[in-house]
Each structure stands twice: as structure tokens, then as C-alpha cells.
Design a protein around this ligand. Structure first.
Ligand code: TNX
Length: 490
């Protein structure tokens, strides 16, 4: 028998011999938020408009781990209980994946599922700097991520090509630093109202926003607004992509050439302003200050900057977060969360830097680039995407890695979770996002959520379950590519 099309695979599932529950006319009662989400999902999938009634009961009950839920389906009814609102929401998502056609009817198979996440941090990142993505697109991506039980939206809000969040303390950042994007594509930025709307929308789907202002490199756009804060571009680090010119918007894709002025106090007044304001706008605990690929910053200058920037964020009462390069800095603020972006089989000093972060009391988010970078081409002939992380990343490669095995000597409890970044050098629209993110985002979700030793945690089961989700994704408007690796259900 084919496995039920559930991704991520639940921790425990029992399929009973009972008849399935017919959905037509089934009434919903209980938690109003969960009921609204379930109605929307069922309507999208089946066209049914479920009434009020006692057939499907939705409740939050005390007990059980954070974000856990129990889903019981019998021939006479459905009951979903969440240990908290997030758990109940995830039970609703699981129910949405179970709905299937049976002749003329829509039914739900009789099952009992007890489910809870492996990792607390299950993220996606969207780069809105290389190409700007408007609020509607971000909302659509939040919906996609939430449907797979992902719970963090990391927004990469600034890079050489643009600064994308309006700040009252530093209005020139968006007035002068947001007008274009890669290849001269239209720029853009979020007003404070837009940003709050994203944060609220994400929260309504149980995602926490982790905002990033990338520093001290990736800051050419800062120099458009505040030339006195920026060093001249260091062009000899550029291996591909067009050459930046100080004071002119950068529309190429080179990295590593820009740096803030590390020895100037005005730089730290700037860091205090931008993260201070970001802190007020952001309810979540993490503020990400980047720190990657600072090739145009001398190592001792990088260390000075990282020590001061991380301390400024910690002083705001937030947990600093940075890419793993920050682990090279002995004076990194204790507790800073590190994000590993080396390969599944590390090739350089990245594991060393990542362990150093954990030794300073910080936890680690794993984003191994050759497995979980959604901006890598899914197949060699894909028109979208990059290839620097070991060439094209197949769905199988996106699935076949184990978080605890990536960094030797890193204790499992130092792993906060897993995040799938989508850099947008080649990604301009929601259709482009879908084309690269799907179906590999499902592999990231399963690695982040499902127990490592579950009986369905195999590539054969996964590809079959993903194939079974095709009809649901289609009805949700997701334009996923029909990769040949997957036996798609039609
Ligand atoms: C590396 S991964 C970067 C980004 C690029 C990305 C493209 C990381 C921390 N930095 O600046 O957009 O590669 O895949």
C-alpha cells in the first residue's frame, strides 16, 4: 500500500481498518482560528463549504510538547487537539493533506496521529534584496511554508543591491538605497506598516520573523545613502559579476566587495539606529546581522565590527544571529546564534567556526548549501538558479542528509534547527519562487520536523508522499515543477 501523502512525516501514525470519514456536510466546531484555517483549506482543495456542527472538533488542550498535536479520524468524526495554537494549526495542515477523492466523494482515511517536531527552529529565508518581493508574495510564501509546518521566516532585508525596510531614524536608506535590484529590475522597500503586516500575517500562521541587515559586507546600498559610512569597493575580490562603482546603484551579482567603515564611531551610531528600530518593530527574539562573505574587510576589522555589532544587539535584549563566519571572532557576544552555510560534507573552516559559536553558548541553525539552498538549480537544465554549491541539487540530495552528522563534535542539543534559504539573484516572481522552492522545501520541512529514525523516513517513501501532494499543491495555486524524481499523482 502507498504511504499516506503526509509531509513532513508524522512522529506516530496508526491506520485503522475503519471506513473513511465522508467530508460532505461534515460540520466543524471548536477553536475559531483553527476552524477558519480548516475551512479555507478544505474549500480550496474540494470546493466544499463546511458548516457548523459536531463532526470535526478542534481544541487546544494542555499537555504535550510545544507545537504537538493529536489527530483522530474515525468513520463518525474527526478530533484534533493541539498542545498549543501552533500544534492545533499543524493538525489542521495534516488533515488537509489527508483529504482525498473517493469516486464522487471527498473522504478522510481513518487514522490516529500523534505528532511533534524534532527541532524548534524550522525556517525558510527569502532574499528580498537581490530582487524585491512585495507583501503579497511574502504572504504567499508564508502560506506555503506554514503548510509544511515550518515556523520561521528569515527575511534578508539588505544587501549590495538594495535596502528594503523603511527606517524613521535613517530614511535615506530606502529613499536612495532601494530604487533598483539585480539586472536593473524594479527595486522597492517595505514601509513600517508593510513590515508589521508581514510580521502579523506570519504570526497568524505561527511563523516568527527573523529580520536580517547584512553587515559589515553586503553594504554597497548603505553607501548610496550614507557615503561616509562606506569604504570604497574592493574590486579585486570579484571573481564574477559586474564591477561596482561607489555612489552608483549596484545591479550585478558579485559578492564580498563592500564594507562599512569599521574604525569610525559613526558606523556604530548607525548600527544602533538600525537595529534599535528593527528591535522595536520585531516581536521575535532574533535579530540577524549577517557577517557573511566580508571579503573586503580585513580579518581584524571584521572581528572588531562583529564584536561591537553583536554586543549592540544583545544590549537591545535580543539574541544576535549571524552567518557562521562570525564564529571566527573571539569577542562575539555570548549566546549569538550561528547559521552554518557550508556543505553537507564540510570543506573548509566553517565547522570550526560553527563549533566556536556553540562553545560560546550560542545554538546553531543548519543551512548546508549543497542540500538546502533552494536557489540552487534543481536540475542542470533548469533556467532558474545557481550552481556554485556542488552543481544542481536534486530532490534526493535535498532529502538525504542528517543534521546531527554535518558538524563533527557539535552536540545535538546545540542544534536549534534547520533553515532553507532562497537567495534571489535569479528569482523575480512568485512563479520563480515556486519553481525553485518546490518540491525541495518539502525535504527541508521533513528534515526539520520528523524524527530521524521514523519508518517512513526513507527516500522511497518521501518521493511517493511528495507525489501524493501534487493535487493539493495544484489546488493551492503552487506552480511546482514536475521533477522526474517524483511519481506524481494526477
Ligand atoms: C552566498 S550563503 C551568499 C549570498 C548569495 C548566495 C547565493 C551566504 C551567507 N551568502 O550572498 O546570495 O551565496 O547562493
Amino acid at each position: 500500500m502507498l504511504p499516506l501523502p503526509l509531509v513532513p512525516s508524522p512522529a506516530h501514525i496508526e491506520v485503522s481498518g475503519d471506513a473513511p470519514l465522508p467530508l460532505t456536510g461534515a460540520g466543524i466546531t471548536g477553536d475559531p482560528d483553527a476552524a477558519a484555517h480548516l475551512r479555507t483549506l478544505i474549500a480550496a482543495r474540494t470546493g466544499l463549504d463546511l458548516p457548523e456542527g459536531d463532526d470535526i472538533v478542534l481544541a487546544v488542550t494542555d499537555g504535550g510538547p510545544a507545537e504537538s498535536y493529536r489527530l483522530e479520524v474515525s468513520a463518525t468524526g474527526i478530533r484534533i487537539t493541539g498542545a498549543d495554537a501552533a500544534g492545533l494549526f499543524y493538525g489542521v495542515q495534516t488533515l488537509g493533506q489527508l483529504v482525498r477523492r473517493d469516486g464522487e466523494r471527498w473522504v478522510v482515511p481513518s487514522v490516529r496521529i500523534d505528532d511533534a517536531p524534532r527541532f524548534a527552529y524550522r525556517g525558510v529565508m527569502l532574499d528580498v534584496a537581490r530582487h524585491f518581493h512585495d507583501v503579497a508574495t511574502v504572504r504567499a510564501y508564508v502560506d506555503r511554508a506554514a503548510s509544511l509546518k515550518l515556523n520561521v521566516l528569515h527575511l534578508h532585508l539588505s544587501d549590495d543591491q538594495g535596502w528594503r525596510l523603511e527606517l524613521r531614524s535613517r530614511p535615506a536608506l530606502t529613499a536612495r538605497g532601494s530604487t533598483t535590484a539585480v539586472d536593473g529590475a524594479p527595486g522597492g522597500f517595505y514601509t513600517q506598516g508593510d513590515y508589521r503586516a508581514i510580521v502579523d500575517y506570519a504570526a497568524s500562521r505561527h511563523l516568527t520573523v527573523v529580520p536580517e541587515f547584512d553587515m559589515p559586507g553586503h553594504t554597497h546600498a548603505v553607501g548610496l545613502a550614507y557615503p561616509d559610512l562606506a569604504e570604497a569597493p574592493v574590486t579585486d575580490v570579484i571573481t564574477e559579476g559586474s564591477t561596482p562603482v561607489a555612489g552608483e546603484a549596484y545591479t550585478g551579482t558579485a559578492v564580498g566587495f563592500s564594507s562599512l567603515r569599521v574604525h569610525d564611531e559613526a558606523t556604530y551610531a548607525f548600527v544602533r539606529d538600525v537595529f534599535g528600530e528593527l528591535s522595536e518593530l520585531t516581536p521575535g527574539p532574533w535579530l540577524h546581522f549577517g557577517g557573511d562573505e566580508s571579503l573586503g574587510t580585513a580579518p581584524e576589522d571584521f572581528a572588531l565590527f562583529v564584536a561591537r555589532a553583536s554586543a549592540i544587539i544583545a544590549d537591545l535584549g535580543k539574541t544576535p544571529m549571524a552567518w557562521h563566519e562570525a564564529g571566527a571572532v573571539a569577542r562575539l557576544a555570548p549566546g549569538t546564534v550561528g547559521q552554518y552555510w557550508g556543505f553537507v560534507t564540510p570543506t573548509d573552516a566553517a565547522p570550526h567556526h560553527t563549533r566556536a559559536i556553540a562553545e560560546r553558548g550560542g545554538r546553531v541553525v543548519l543551512s548546508p548549501a549543497d542540500a538546502i539552498y533552494l536557489d540552487m538549480k534543481p536540475t542542470a537544465d533548469s533556467p532558474l538558479g545557481l550552481t556554485w554549491a556542488n552543481g544542481a541539487t536534486s530532490l534526493e540530495r535535498a532529502y538525504a542528509w542528517e543534521p546531527s552528522a554535518v558538524i563533527a563534535g557539535l552536540p545535538e542539543d546545540a542544534i536549534l534547527g534547520v533553515e532553507a534559504p532562497l537567495w534571489t539573484e535569479t528569482v523575480a516572481t512568485l512563479a520563480d519562487i515556486d519553481a525553485l522552492a518546490f518540491p525541495r522545501i518539502a525535504a527541508a520541512a521533513e528534515i526539520a520536523w520528523s524524527p530521524a529514525d521514523g519508518t517512513e523516513r526513507t527516500w522511497e517513501s518521501f518521493r511517493t508522499r511528495v507525489g501524493g501532494l501534487g493535487p493539493l499543491w495544484t489546488t493551492l495555486g503552487i506552480r511546482f515543477p514536475a521533477l522526474e524524481e517524483v511519481p506524481w499523482t494526477t
